[in-house]
Design a binder for this molecule. Structure first.
Ligand SMILES: [Zn+2]
Length: 545
């Protein structure tokens, strides 16, 4: 949000939003503040490029001036980030005059050559039903709403060109045809840049997978960031000149203020080198040794830089003959020391140090914590080993787990490791909008006294307990008996985060096959924020004793 003299409601209305707790959150840059930023950057040879979003991502502007929409509103400034159906009306000339007047004031504030006009994530729903937008399509001989978007961008680009400015837009500005002279910023992947270069347009490469520093370190570690190549290999040599460079983005709607430093550093150092160094001169190991030295400067500058990779990751395998687990732990970087305990206590920097795979041959709780310079990093893993009869057994699932929460894959529910109270811990498996049904094959008849499937409840994260769980036993895998149904007695609207075991007890029952069916609520209930959307069912283990 910046101050625009001609349209005071942009900041009076558009810069204020009501949070869920009813409090007002507001803020904007005054013209004096913008001038100060531009000057501060300029004295360090940095050009600040403003991005004035259009024709989408403009709900706050429409809340201030609803007449610029297709429907006339009213609208509220949203307190969530996302893509919204209401966008600027492309059929009203007054919308273009409004934007041109804003751009006039923006141009005065930013002396650089470039103005970014967004152009990304524009739903076309409103345009399809708006008489003015439809008249524009007919009058201008446009094919469809995609060409109407192109008309919008071309008209604004022409205006900015007449003021001596060059326009940048996200790769969606390719839709319906590029405006002459515009620069494409490729965020969805490298395809937009390739297409731009083919059309002899300049491009900036900032694919979200490699350059969005709001990504978690689990998804984008330092090495992966450094391996990014901003000039697509498939680009013909003569067209390489069309790649101007890249951009690292930190989206603060996805980043809390206290996470900004750790998300930017050290990954920004990697992208700086990638963007400014010829490929033959890039070498991760050499770069990495220089990063170490940079930590001293970052510390002196008071920058709370983050980790280079996920602080701890683990893998576990069960050796049937030995009746033991082998647990391998990998620290995210060499300076990280892993301390662990097996007695349930929290590890500190005097606890045992991990330096070789651990053997575990009895039920216990293994706690591993990552330390950097003797300080706890806040990253830990808590593994509860249960040596029950189903560990290492064959498991058949009627409905597949969702790839987003696959945990350790097919063996997860019989790997002997119970999930913690963090459903992201890699031990919980998620089923999306479907019932859960599994058959455990113990390999031979066994004497069974207990079957204990564990489920997770966190309605805020759309994870609900099953309606009921049915457990039955079989010796031949065809005929099941000893059917027990356990109803869930906890109200769905319970907001607590907890684990619930649906335990069934038997009296020395002989069986080879154990069937567990959990009935999902499938969709989030009407009172829930995700009403009608698919609900999650999370399970970590089927213990058989
Ligand atoms: Zn319209």
């Amino acid at each position: 949000r910046i101050e625009i003299n001609k349209y005071p409601k942009l900041t009076e209305v558009g810069s204020r939003r009501k949070e869920k707790d009813g409090l007002i959150y507001s803020g904007y840059y005054s013209k004096e503040e913008i001038k100060e930023i531009v000057q501060y950057a300029g004295s360090r040879f940095i050009t600040v490029v403003p991005e004035i979003e259009m024709p989408g991502h403009c709900l706050a502007s429409l809340a201030a001036y609803p007449e610029n929409s297709c429907t006339g509103g009213p609208f509220e400034v949203t307190n969530k980030w996302g893509v919204f159906d209401d966008v600027y009306c492309a059929g009203k000339d007054s919308v273009f005059y409004f934007l041109q007047n804003i751009l006039d004031e923006v141009i005065e504030l930013f002396p650089g050559e470039y103005i970014h006009i967004g152009g990304d994530e524009v739903p076309k729903d409103r345009w399809k039903t708006c008489p003015k937008c439809q008249s524009r399509i007919i009058e201008e001989g446009l094919k469809d709403e995609e060409e109407l978007q192109s008309y919008f961008i071309k008209r604004i680009s022409k205006y900015l060109n007449s003021k001596g400015r060059t326009v940048i837009g996200w790769d969606e500005i390719l839709q319906g045809g590029l405006a002459p002279g515009t620069i494409v910023e490729s965020w969805q992947g490298m395809q937009g840049a390739l297409e731009a270069a083919r059309l002899k347009h300049y491009a900036i490469c900032s694919p979200y997978v490699y350059t969005y520093l709001s990504n978690d370190i689990e998804d984008l570690d330092l090495r992966l960031t450094y391996l990014y190549e901003p000039i697509p290999a498939e680009l013909p040599a003569v067209d390489k000149k069309y790649i101007l460079g890249g951009e690292a983005s930190l989206w603060t709607e996805e980043t809390l203020q206290n996470e900004v430093d750790e998300k930017l550093f050290p990954r920004l150092l990697a992208l700086s080198e990638v963007f400014w160094t010829n490929p033959p001169n890039r070498n991760y190991e050499k770069f990495h040794s220089r990063v170490k030295k940079n930590y001293i400067y970052l510390t002196q500058a008071g920058i709370m830089y983050g980790q280079e990779a996920r602080a701890i990751s683990f893998s576990s395998s069960y050796i049937d003959e030995e009746k033991e687990f082998i647990v391998t732990v990998t620290p995210g970087q060499e300076e990280i020391k892993i301390h662990y305990t097996k007695d349930g206590s929290e590890p500190d920097n005097t606890s045992a140090v991990y330096n070789a795979p651990l053997k575990i041959n009895k039920p216990l709780r293994l706690k591993l914590s990552a330390f950097l310079n003797n300080n706890f990093t806040g990253k830990k893993i808590n593994l509860l080993f249960g040596l029950h009869m189903a560990v290492g057994a064959k498991l058949f699932l009627a409905n597949k787990y969702d790839d987003l929460y696959k945990a350790c894959g097919n063996e997860t529910l019989v790997d002997g490791i119970l999930g913690s109270d963090d459903f992201h811990d890699g031990l919980w498996q998620g089923f999306h909008g479907v019932d859960f049904e599994a058959v455990v094959d113990l390999g031979a008849d066994k004497i069974i006294n207990e079957v204990i499937p564990g489920f997770f409840s966190d309605s805020n994260s759309w994870i609900f307990l099953p309606v009921n769980v049915e457990i039955s036993l079989s010796q031949d895998g065809i005929n099941y008996s000893n059917v027990n149904v356990i109803e869930n007695n906890i109200p769905l609207d319970n907001r607590d985060v907890f684990i619930k075991n649906f335990k069934v007890s038997y009296n020395n029952q002989k069986a080879r096959y154990v069937k567990v069916m959990a009935k999902s609520i499938k969709t989030c209930p009407p009172w829930h924020k995700g009403a009608g959307e698919k609900a999650w069912l999370f399970i970590d283990e089927i213990e058989v004793k």
